[in-house]
Design a protein around this ligand. Sequence first.
Ligand SMILES: Nc1nc2c(ncn2[C@@H]2O[C@H](COP(=O)(O)OP(=O)(O)O)[C@@H](O)[C@H]2O)c(=O)[nH]1
Ligand SMILES: [Mg+2]
Length: 300
Amino acid sequence: MKISLVGLSGCGKTSIYSTTLGGMSPLEVKDLGPTVMYEVKSHNYLGIQISLWDFGGQAEYRQSYLETPKILANTSILIFVLDLHHPNQFELANSYFTDVYTAIKEQGGDPRITLFYHKYDTEEYDKTLLEENLQKAKQLPFIIRHTPKEYLTSVYRQEELSEFVKQILIADFDDLKRSVEGAKDHLAKLKSKIIVSDVNGNVITHNIEGFASGIQLREDLREYIFACNVLRENFLASESASFSATSEKKKLAAHIFNYVLTVLIMIDEDQEADSPDKISELLKEMEIFADLLIEISHEE
Ligand SMILES: Nc1nc2c(ncn2[C@@H]2O[C@H](COP(=O)(O)OP(=O)(O)O)[C@@H](O)[C@H]2O)c(=O)[nH]1
Ligand SMILES: [Mg+2]
């Protein structure tokens, strides 16, 4: 699935990628250099193979995409990023969108259009002005004409931004959406700290306050899951496996289902425990979820 991230230079495209799928924090993206031409990043997300094309937005590159529109072909999802801190560029953004969209159409594509009203924050920006700009942006002809799915985004609300990106990635997969919602509901009812992710370390959902920021799992936990997965594959030679670690008062269990899905359960003995029934119910549900992921990756 090809996702094209498009917008004028400096509107925040690379930052959006980096703070969601790229595993960086908002502070780390402050001094990103401009993207030269375009960069393609590949991701396996819940069994779906995604290639995310970050199209550098400087004038010379914009010109070259339109001269070689083939590079825009096969876009399934077009994410257009509009910088709310630069209203003087709205008109230019409007015509850039129109040119890119026309080029994709001419290549036979029919992308789903998503719009990010980006930098919706008051980081070095005035609140009143921001709201004014938003109202002005909503009147842009391309937005009125195409009625894209809209999001108010900021890298400074990283968890929310990641949630939006996740929604966009799975929007075409109804069963998958239901399973993700199901997992969320389950976790909300449990007292143990739980993270559901895929074996590549993409967080699907968790119930730990203040834990996750981007889509990528924290590095130490990601490495732990990789290690467990290598053991499952090469030593146990099974589709699914469980691993556990205990110290005096803490217990950590990693369950891997059907090659793809992992459930990390962290139990602190000082805290009230969940009944074993509830935990095994969750694990059964996640096993079904894993089957679905396998189906999807075979369809893709
Ligand atoms: N205030 C604010 N600044 C942002 C946000 N996202 C990106 N930026 C800043 O905008 C500048 C350009 O970002 P970059 O990702 O390189 O833009 P690109 O050219 O579209 O890839 C950088 O200084 C970022 O720190 C945001 O959500 N809010
Ligand atoms: Mg860039």
